[in-house]
Design a protein around this ligand. Structure first.
Ligand code: BDR
Ligand code: CA
Length: 316
């Protein structure tokens, strides 16, 4: 199995990712770290605990981390995830609470205690990861790699060029890319593709199990199509796709590329990916050190990931 720590801002599709990760036999979820992003930190913690109840995974430790980005002000995404963060899904309150330690301490402890290097899976703004790496720089030797949902080699969503998780805390994403830990970017290039057909998702709303109905509700969460448009069906499994990448990397076309987080101007929060096949003037004249390197997912076998997702949850 792959020992992982999830860092989440639950969040409709973070919820799908948690359900998938807990259900997959090859993934060992050591703990979950929460951060403000899609919703406030309190909502994120509550949503995460409630989803773990649905997943029947009461023993997975949960901790609360940063309630705002390193420098940016906090900005939520209730226009995508609803006021409570889970769309129209309403779940009973959990009897559990988060641990009385911070996310950074939980991650540090779990990584220290693990016999094998741990994979960090960041599905949210990377504030908690940046704080961990700054506070415990030696921990990098015990981190296998960081797989993050974030960024894009093409279009943005929060802005025309920036993806939400990186845009929300650009300095944190820059710190993570610069950490020396191998990074894998599951960005909008693939995130925006992996959708479950509407008739399949709608049928799940009537599923005989709570798990099935919960997944149906999350998948049929409708999103704004534009400032003046009605909401539309998207069916994206979203962050869950980044977890699929752990167990089925073969369904992705990836490239190892130079990448950097833009911090200034309208481009703030953009992950600029150098897709050139030959070196340009800048690289020839000593500007190479402005880049980090990451493995970047550029394309995905969509049916393979939707099937993996539904099958793992026992819904196909
Ligand atoms: C990312 O932002 C959030 O809305 C989603 O949960 C995902 O992690 C997509 O840009
Ligand atoms: Ca998320």
């Amino acid at each position: 199995t792959i020992p992982v720590i999830l860092d989440v801002d639950t969040g409709v599709d973070d919820a799908l990712a948690i359900l998938f990760a807990v259900a997959h036999p090859e993934i060992d979820v050591l703990g979950i770290s929460c951060v403000a992003g899609n919703a406030s930190l309190e909502r994120v913690v509550q949503n995460t605990l409630r989803i773990l109840d649905v997943a029947n995974a009461p023993d997975i430790p949960v901790a609360a981390g940063a309630r705002r980005p390193l420098i940016e002000r906090a900005r939520d995404a209730s226009h995508v995830h609803g006021e409570g963060g889970l769309g129209t899904l309403r779940l009973p309150p959990s009897e559990r609470t988060a641990l009385p330690i911070s996310s950074v301490e939980l991650m540090h402890q779990l990584i220290q205690d693990s016999e094998r290097p741990v994979t960090l899976v960041a599905l949210a703004p990377q504030t908690n990861l940046a704080l961990l790496l700054r506070q415990y720089p030696d921990i990098t030797s015990k981190i296998e790699r960081i797989v993050f949902m974030g960024g894009s080699a093409s279009v943005g969503n929060a802005t025309a060029v920036a993806e939400f998780n990186v845009w929300h805390d650009p300095e944190a994403a820059a710190i993570v890319l610069d950490s020396g830990v191998p990074t894998f970017m599951y960005g909008l290039d693939v995130f925006n593709q992996v959708a479950v057909a509407e008739e399949v998702a709608v049928a799940l709303l009537e599923h005989e199990t709570t798990l099935g109905r919960t997944v149906g509700s999350l998948l049929t969460n409708r999103v704004n199509a534009g400032p003046d448009s009605a909401t539309v069906y998207s069916g994206l499994i979203g962050d869950a796709g980044a977890v699929c990448a752990l167990v089925d990397p073969g369904a992705l076309r990836t490239q190892i590329r130079p990448v950097r987080v833009e911090l200034a101007g309208y481009g703030r929060g953009q992950t600029l990916v150098d897709m050139r096949q030959t070196a340009g003037e800048d690289l020839m004249h000593g500007l190479a050190d402005v880049w980090e390197t990451a493995e970047i997912a550029l394309d995905v076998d969509v049916p393979r990931y939707t099937a993996l997702f539904l099958k793992t949850l026992g819904l196909a």
